[in-house]
Design a protein around this ligand. Structure first.
Ligand SMILES: *Cc1c(COP(=O)(O)O)cnc(C)c1O
Length: 404
């Protein structure tokens, strides 16, 4: 008789974004005359840039010609893409990452969800609180955690590291030493970044304790300030303790095309075993690559024109972020992020809970955001707004904030 994986039952039923969708639908149906503006979803809105579209078209044509047709992609991804990644994302920043330490995939969410497979289920994980939910959920499914505690709104057996305005949303070292440490900077949902010396301290901590850092740099392209590392490999010793996850989703609008990559330095060892070997083995059995045409599109992201075009897209979103951040501050709100990330993390006014503020904003301003508590218990009394809307809607939303 077949048996299910009981760990899946530990995950609470209602997913944050489906609850939001239900609430918005109910409100919209009851108030059909109201124009709802969505500043809640973490998805891009700008179309794929022209030079990337050109590369896609060319690759599609190649697939229809017997001489240039491609079948299964190489396990680690095509050389042309891994070469461009190594040059532009690492060598140009002084990081000694070679092409064969880069594993191309169909996105960072998939890699975040899958990377835990190469570690023992005995490992204790540490995550920031609040945080992108994928890290914890994938470890729950794998049986690396205890049950969900309804009162604490946390899983047992997980080390949660509070990120609050008191610590500038950068976690402190936990009292119990974790085996696996998930860090994400620039952060979703808080929009905050970590300075190089602070990240170096985490690398030193991991080296001292034999922990592995899983570093999610999906928003690296949004960094605007100096002294903020774009890659964890800018820190000394990171080659021996860190895996980095990257995505083309927020950088170049690939949320629908699907492309990302994971970096595992060859010298990174746990218990004498190179993690590179384990992940390569996984790639040999589970098809985790992006299609040829998408990898060609990824290559075009690094072309001179491609880079210009995506830089302009990011600047567009960051102009929205500035409008939101400054608009909120002018109105007396306490707001964070929005300078090195497309997220603004707002402290709810008048002691409102995250969900109270969600309802208030939906009903009074017809603006949708994301309740901070959905990202973890320390997200309570916070609220996330995103810069991925159109300029017009962002301006309109801020006018409605004024009228609140
Ligand atoms: C959006 C996002 C990703 C990217 O996921 P993809 O699967 O590549 O689209 C990864 N990490 C975080 C924190 C994100 O917000």
């Amino acid at each position: 008789m077949a048996k299910i994986n009981n760990n899946y039952l530990k995950l609470p039923g209602s997913y944050l974004f489906s609850t939001i969708a239900k609430k918005v639908k109910t409100y919209g149906e009851a108030n059909p005359d109201k124009e709802i503006i969505r500043l809640g979803i973490g998805d891009v809105t700008q179309p794929i840039a022209p030079d990337i579209i050109k590369a896609l078209h060319a690759a599609v044509d190649e697939m229809g010609n017997a001489d240039t047709f491609r079948g299964y992609a190489p396990d680690l991804g095509y050389d042309f893409l891994r070469h461009a990644i190594a040059e532009f994302d690492f060598k140009s920043r002084g990081c000694d990452i070679s092409e064969d330490e880069i594993f191309v995939s169909d996105g960072a969410k998939c890699d975040c969800g899958n990377i835990q497979e190469i570690f023992s289920t005995d490992n204790v994980i540490a995550v920031c609180d609040p945080v992108y939910p994928v890290y914890v959920d994938s470890n729950v499914m794998a049986g690396r955690t205890g049950k969900y505690d309804d009162e604490l709104k946390q899983f047992k057996g997980v080390i949660y590291m509070p990120c609050t305005k008191e610590n500038d949303f950068v976690p402190e070292f936990p009292s119990e030493v974790p085996d696996l440490i998930y860090l994400c900077f620039p952060n979703n949902p808080t929009g905050t970044v970590i300075k190089k010396n602070q990240l170096q301290a985490w690398v030193d901590y991991a080296l001292k304790n034999g922990s592995v850092i899983l570093y999610d740099a999906a928003y690296e392209a949004y960094i605007s300030e100096e002294d903020v590392p774009h890659s964890i490999y800018e820190c000394e010793g990171a080659y021996d303790c860190a895996i980095e996850l990257r995505s083309f989703s927020k950088t170049a609008g690939f949320t629908g095309l699907r492309l990302g990559y994971t970096v595992i330095p060859k010298r990174l060892k746990v218990d004498g075993t190179a993690l590179w070997d384990l992940w390569a083995r996984r790639h040999g059995t589970k098809y985790n690559g992006a299609p040829y045409i998408v990898q060609r599109a990824g290559e075009a992201v690094y072309s001179e024109e491609g880079r210009k075009q995506i830089t302009a897209q990011i600047a567009y979103y960051m102009e929205n972020a500035k409008l939101i951040l400054n608009g909120l501050k002018d109105l007396g709100y306490e707001a964070f992020g929005g300078v090195n990330a497309p997220y603004i993390w707002l402290h709810t006014p008048d002691g409102m809970t995250s969900w109270e503020f969600f309802d208030h904003l939906l009903e009074k301003a017809n603006v949708v955001g994301t309740p901070g508590v959905g990202f973890g218990p320390h997200g309570e009394n916070y609220f996330r707004l995103t810069a991925f809307g159109s300029r017009e809607n962002t301006i309109k939303a801020m006018e409605r904030f004024k009228a609140l």
